[in-house]
Design a protein around this ligand. Structure first.
Ligand code: SAH
Ligand code: MG
Length: 217
């Protein structure tokens, strides 16, 4: 069932293995740890990237020398801090969050992580905020991790506003196992996959819930 993992016996859900690999490869500093553990202190869902996914985001942004990054879906700022840690001097992350309560917690976490100078949290529905951001583009990367029924629209915005060689990255690309379902969420997510694949050299990285990475042509 599971792709290559089940054949090899390797498991992404082995807690001891995960503890080991996350400690060895890019362990959390205090700021990342504080943001990662937000749901233990605040009334917020624990739906941030996993540690390895956060590190992957950071490594991908480093590889392309990203300086201008847009994130759709801030939550508590964990992935935004990951992105900020990847930027060169003068780099900037614009991160979009629907809920003022989430944005407030994220701003605190980002400040505590020493990343406030590089991250701007913008509050409201992403589809309303994105047009005003275009003046800061073209962007090096757009990371999509918000409401799944809008992934097709977020993906199109990304493809229009990325530089050639820029990255479109989409979390939850398996749609919690519902990618092939009928209905607006499945259809939007499949359009996101297909339009990204048409405009990019792309892959769906087999993270626990899939992560699309496309390099815009
Ligand atoms: N990227 C974060 C997790 C984001 S969770 C991390 O890995 O740390 C998804 C977030 O998207 C939630 O905080 C949710 O409130 C927000 N969201 C949902 N719909 C949105 C919309 N239309 N515009 C902007 N943000 C939205
Ligand atoms: Mg996600």
């Amino acid at each position: 069932m599971a792709d290559n993992d089940s054949r090899s016996g390797a498991r992404y859900d082995d807690a001891a293995i995960n503890e080991y690999v996350h400690r060895v490869h890019g362990a959390h500093d205090a700021g990342l740890e504080l943001a990662f553990r937000t749901s233990e202190r605040e009334d917020m869902p624990a739906i941030q990237l996993g540690q390895g996914e956060g590190r992957l985001l950071e490594i991908l942004l480093r590889l392309i020398g990203a300086r201008r990054v847009v994130e759709i879906g801030t939550l508590a700022g964990y992935s935004a801090i990951r992105a900020a840690r990847a930027l060169g001097d003068g780099g900037r992350v614009w991160t979009l969050e629907l809920l003022p309560a989430h944005a407030e917690v994220a701003r605190r976490n980002i400040e505590a992580a020493g990343a406030a100078g590089a991250v701007e949290v913008l509050v409201g529905p992403a589809l309303e905020i994105l047009p005003g951001l275009e003046q800061h583009g073209p962007f090096d990367a757009v990371f999509i991790d918000a409401d799944k029924e809008s992934y097709d629209q977020y993906g199109r915005w990304a493809l229009r506003n990325l530089r050639p060689g820029g990255l479109v990255i989409g979390d939850n690309a398996y749609l919690f196992g519902n990618l092939l379902d009928d209905g607006p969420r499945g259809e939007a997510m499949r359009r996101f996959h297909e339009e990204t694949a048409a405009a990019c050299d792309s892959v769906c990285v087999p993270t626990p819930d899939g992560m699309v990475v496309g390099i815009k042509r």
